[in-house]
Design a protein around this ligand. Structure first.
Ligand SMILES: [Zn+2]
Length: 74
């Protein structure tokens, strides 16, 4: 048996042991890797703003649907 085969056999044995352990362990709710329903403050803030862009690429910082006739780029 070569060294590589030996290593592979060890890895497989460890994998099988882990599988058995997982099967015998009581089921617990799987935790998601990352929250999918996390709030996205950037998108929410953008929605609350007018969002009109002027010629130099700046975005209007007034609220969405503002009554003022002019846009504000501050
Ligand atoms: Zn505006």
């Amino acid at each position: 048996m070569s060294k590589m085969d030996n290593l592979r056999a060890m890895r497989e044995a460890r994998y099988e042991a882990a599988q058995k352990l997982a099967k015998s362990a009581p089921a617990k709710p799987a935790a998601p890797d990352r929250p999918t329903s996390a709030p996205q403050p950037a998108a929410t803030a953008a929605e609350a703003l007018c969002g009109h862009r002027n010629m130099s690429g700046r975005t209007c910082t007034r609220e969405h649907g503002h009554a003022a006739k002019s846009h504000r780029y501050s």
